[in-house]
Design a protein around this ligand. Structure first.
Ligand code: E4P
Length: 225
């Protein structure tokens, strides 16, 4: 399973790439707001960062960036998506999963702009994203679980549906908030998880690992070298 970082902060992106070898980035307006930068500065900064690492395009290292969420018409979404996509070959454009968004995603994919259909909460939304050939679909896990909804069956159903019809769209389990959710998504067979840096850090932290190192250090020090 690939790991994407859900962030627009360059210091977090650098750390996650160098420490954990993340495979891509996802952002949304909330993450950009948290970066303290303007939308253009934040996305151009990420594009430059990828260029600096020689991560040449979305196949090597996809960076999902969201269009203006106020847009309601497919034509407006398409225009905005093309403008953003022209900034970097790494950009995959996040389009909301509603009728205008699906229309826009189909047109964009036909014109060579790669899309990530986002704000997906039920398998039928994921089915339409795949039928219309989006590169990625983003079923939200954390938001659903926070709302007391099932997520394990939901992700398994999306994975099963995609396998049944050999859809090529890759499933990004989004808003992942814990190691347990990473495992649930991996067991279900999702292609990718996207989470914040702290979630990845916590997911490899275990008290026995720390205690074990103390035990081994003690034995090492008491043994002739
Ligand atoms: C990813 O593509 C989504 O933007 C994201 O997972 C939503 O997460 P948030 O709750 O951190 O905004």
């Amino acid at each position: 399973m690939k790991y994407f970082l859900d962030s627009a902060k360059l210091d977090e992106i650098e750390e996650a790439y160098e420490t954990f070898g993340i495979d891509g980035i996802t952002t949304n307006p909330r993450h950009v707001q948290a970066s303290g930068k303007s939308i253009m500065d934040a996305i151009e900064g990420m594009a430059k960062w990828a260029e600096g690492k020689k991560l040449t395009d979305y196949r090597r290292f996809p960076i999902s960036v969201e269009i203006n969420p106020h847009l309601e018409k497919a034509d407006d979404m398409i225009r905005e998506a093309k403008r953003i996509a022209s900034i970097s070959k790494n950009f995959v454009i996040k389009i909301p999963c509603n009728p205008a968004g699906i229309t826009a995603a189909r047109a964009l994919e036909r014109d060579g702009v790669r899309t990530n259909v986002t704000l997906v909460f039920v398998p039928t939304q994921a089915l339409l994203a795949a039928k219309n050939k989006a590169l990625f679909v983003s079923p939200f896990v954390g938001w659903k679980e926070a709302n007391g909804e099932d997520t394990q069956t939901y992700i398994r159903q999306i994975v099963d549906i995609y396998r049944n019809y050999a859809f090529e769209t890759e499933i990004i389990c989004a808003s992942v908030r814990s190691g347990k959710q990473i495992v649930d998504c991996a067991v279900a067979g999702a292609h990718i998880a996207t989470a914040g840096l702290q979630v990845y850090k916590d997911s490899i932290t275990h008290p026995y690992t720390r205690d074990g190192l103390d035990v081994f250090c003690d034995a090492w020090d008491k043994t002739k070298q």
